[in-house]
Design a protein around this ligand. Structure first.
Ligand code: URA
Length: 235
């Protein structure tokens, strides 16, 4: 790919701005040799002001989402893109959240610019386990695990019962849920269906991938090994 297009696609500016960066001699190869806008380049070899480029197309990252951020570009409040380098919002193809977490849910959020991978992760065929810890307003009543495992729980305004979900009791008002689908506000609606209310919700795992040791608000790019672990195929 031509350098000017690569820079524009990675959010370093419009084509005009990218051309200007090159004209100023700020774009070089790894040995410091100045590159030209029309050069066809290997992204790994390019430096801007001496710094390697952001990861090229195929970026997959995990973010430890804090409370109060939405998974949107348009929300007037705080959005998950605010936690990433500003260039990431300008990438083409766009960097999108893989599924969504509510504004008040914390934990593991994946984002990618790879549409095929995104669909593979969210596809019902993959049925990747998503693991949440819910803190509840009221004591568990005792039958929740059986109700959630039944495969017969029909949530309000849905026309299909939920797939069986796992539940482990962590305390009188705390439970770990393992879901294999991702419906709108699913965990909150599941607990509402058994007369409870979720006060705090945290996603700790998707497939074989956990958040640890990523601090709240921090992100990191995933490696091929991480993606293999996500699908449970890591060696
Ligand atoms: N279930 C919910 O209710 N909210 C989330 O953010 C994720 C799953």
């Amino acid at each position: 790919m031509k350098l000017v297009r690569l820079l524009a696609n990675l959010g370093y500016g419009s084509r005009k701005q990218a051309t200007s960066l090159c004209r100023q001699g700020r774009v070089t190869d790894a040995s410091g040799e100045v590159l030209y806008a029309d050069d066809v380049v290997d992204p790994a070899e390019v430096r801007v002001d001496g710094v390697p480029l952001d990861p090229p197309h195929g970026l997959v990252l995990m973010l430890h989402k804090p409370v109060g951020y939405t998974c949107s570009t348009k929300d007037p409040g705080r959005v998950v893109y605010d936690l990433l380098p500003p260039r990431f919002r300008l990438r083409n193809p766009a960097l999108s959240p893989v599924g969504r977490l509510d504004r008040d849910t914390t934990g593991l959020l994946l984002m990618t610019d790879d549409g095929t991978l995104l669909h593979r992760i969210v596809s019902p065929k993959s049925a990747l386990p998503k693991v949440y810890v819910a803190t509840l307003a009221r004591d568990l009543r005792g039958d929740e695990a059986a109700v959630f495992a039944s495969g017969a729980l029909l949530l309000e305004s849905d026309d299909k019962p939920l797939m069986p979900a796992g539940m482990e009791v962590l305390g009188p008002r705390c439970a770990r849920l393992t879901l294999h689908e991702g419906r709108y506000h699913q965990v909150r609606r599941m607990f509402a269906a058994v007369g409870n209310h979720v006060e705090a919700l945290h996603r700790e795992r998707i497939g074989g991938l956990t958040l640890a040791p990523l601090a709240e608000g921090a992100w990191r790019a995933l490696t091929g090994e991480d993606v293999a672990r996500l699908f449970g195929t890591a060696t």
